[in-house]
Design a protein around this ligand. Structure first.
Ligand SMILES: NC(=O)C1=CN([C@@H]2O[C@H](COP(=O)(O)OP(=O)(O)OC[C@H]3O[C@@H](n4cnc5c(N)ncnc54)[C@H](OP(=O)(O)O)[C@@H]3O)[C@@H](O)[C@H]2O)C=CC1
Ligand SMILES: O=C(CO)[C@H](O)[C@H](O)COP(=O)(O)O
Length: 474
């Protein structure tokens, strides 16, 4: 009998099945479209893997209590697979939804399946094709009993950080695992947007070609920016298109797609009152990028107001490259600070009891946002589990102090030349707002009280008291 089953043999499910098998478990596989199963079995016939064309046959291949991973398109397909499985499962069996499901769907499914005596886990998995095969970062949510049933498997198949710790840990009840995966992806959106803005400045201000930009990212990857996303960015700039012999990146259409996790996180953060402007701007920029046709028309009609001669950068290219690096790192610190603060707020709202140090630790390897920098974030929360915001961790406070002048300079240059840098600038605005003792919200409260008698509080009175003024003499 097989130790565990995998449903869905596309990029992630197929590679996860191979990873589990390589770790000495017998795996049963099933896919809705049988030809995909047949292809998979043809390529992996020598492995300890069994398959079935029918779902019932697949379920019967599993030892009891059964453990089943679902790795299919998020949304209705997951409900459909669960509904079909319920015809064959017995009390005590465990379903793990390892796709990018919306956490509220996971909450609903957890309640429904618990009532039927079926254990359920919503498991975030990150690392793409390569990670699924060789070791992803895994974010399991659900009951602690279910976690105990599969801990040994997940620890074996997960990535390992430099200190040997597995990049998996129990995240929390019900939808906690998928919530954290969604925030992981939202941080990924911000990180990618920030890198894209750095690239845009390098190519538009300094007129650098892809080969040179590849070298810059390769150099950056040797320092504090060391991360998977910077590494693949350098590789992307090196790739030459077979058809045209030009850098492939220059031929890729500038429309960024999205599957939902970033948007869900922005929507949820607004609901929770959590400020995540770097993430929001990354989501919005993907939307604007997708309006290519409208942008092409507008590009011929709207003015930049830029005096090219006056705004032209005349300083040293090396200096600007270093300033962009510092601005990128400062913005990145702020984007992660926003994502981590969102986790803190959500943990309280949903009673997830999230351990931010453990989450940062399991993001250190295997996942798309893996980075040297996550060692520092892990250290920050391990030293102070009650840290309210990463910006207040002395290392980051001082790093930002060192990078601030370059950060402001780079944004000024970009804005002066009409180059959009929404993630760079919203990160800086977040930083400046967060550190402001006084914001102009006094005026907003006065306006609200003027038109709606919404009342206001006074700096010189008890904060439990509300005041209303007659703002004009009639
Ligand atoms: N690709 C990536 O880098 C990552 C993806 N994920 C998540 O993992 C999950 C799987 O992703 P990926 O491997 O890329 O594949 P896809 O998201 O492209 O999903 C394809 C799989 O879903 C199955 N499927 C689709 N609709 C149904 C349905 N109604 N009933 C049963 N099965 C269905 C397909 O079966 P069929 O062959 O019959 O069409 C196929 O096996 C998704 O939730 C994704 O968001 C998570 C991390 C990284
Ligand atoms: O989960 C992932 C990486 O961590 C998937 O690759 C996901 O599809 C990325 O999100 P999007 O498709 O919206 O860019």
């Amino acid at each position: 009998m097989a130790d565990i089953g995998v449903i869905g043999l596309s990029t992630m499910g197929g590679n996860l099945a191979l990873n589990i098998e390589r770790n000495k478990f017998k795996v049963a596989v099933y896919n809705r479209t049988y030809s995909r199963t047949e292809n998979f079995m043809k390529q992996n016939g020598d492995k300890n893997i069994v398959s079935s064309e029918k779902l019932e046959g697949f379920v019967n291949l599993l030892s009891k209590p059964r453990k089943i991973i679902i790795m299919v398109v998020a949304g209705k397909p997951v409900d459909s697979v669960i509904e079909q499985l319920l015809n064959y499962l017995e009390k005590g069996d465990l379903i793990m939804d390892c796709g990018n499901s919306f956490f509220e769907d996971t909450e609903r499914r957890a309640i429904m399946l618990e009532e039927k005596g079926i254990k359920f886990m919503g498991v975030g998995v990150s690392g793409g094709e390569e990670g699924a095969l060789n070791g992803p970062s895994i974010m399991p949510g659900g009951s602690p009993e279910a976690w105990n049933d599969v801990k040994h498997i997940l620890e074996l198949i997960s990535a390992k950080a430099d200190d040997g710790r597995p990049c998996v840990d129990y995240i929390g009840p019900r939808g906690a695992g998928h919530y954290v995966k969604s925030v992981h992806n939202a941080i990924e959106y911000a990180d990618m947007q920030l890198i894209a803005e750095a690239y845009d400045i390098l190519r538009k201000v300094l007129k650098l070609q892809p080969q040179k930009i590849a070298q810059i990212f390769e150099d950056w990857n040797k320092g504090e920016l060391d991360s998977y996303l910077i590494e693949i960015t350098s590789k992307i700039f090196k790739k030459i298109d077979d058809k045209t012999q030009k850098p492939l990146v220059d031929i890729v259409l500038d429309k960024a797609a999205q599957k939902g996790t970033g948007k869900w996180t922005s929507q949820n953060a607004l609901n929770l009152g959590a400020p995540i402007p770097a993430i929001n701007s990354a989501v919005v920029e993907r939307v604007i990028s997708s309006m290519k046709e409208k942008r092409v028309i507008a590009s011929k009609k709207l003015f930049s107001g830029v005096d090219e001669e006056k705004a032209k950068y005349s300083g040293s290219p090396e200096e600007l490259i270093e300033s962009v690096r510092k601005a990128l790192y400062a913005s990145k610190i702020n984007a992660y600070a926003q994502g981590m603060e969102l986790l803190l707020i959500a943990s309280e709202e949903y009673k997830y009891n999230l351990n931010l140090g453990s989450i940062a630790s399991l993001w250190r390897s295997g996942c798309i946002i893996r980075a040297k920098f996550l060692n520092l974030i892990t250290q920050a929360y391990e030293e102070d589990p009650k840290l309210t915001n990463l910006l207040l961790y002395p290392y980051f406070t001082n790093k930002l102090k060192d990078n601030l002048a370059d950060w402001r300079k780079v944004i000024q240059i970009a804005v002066g030349l009409g180059i959009p840098v929404p993630a760079f600038s919203s990160s800086l605005a977040y930083y400046d707002s967060y550190r402001s003792e006084f914001l102009p919200a006094n005026l907003i409260q006065a306006q609200r009280d003027f038109f709606g008698a919404h009342t206001f509080k006074r700096l010189d009175a008890d904060l439990n008291e509300n005041f209303h003024a007659h703002w004009e003499d009639k």
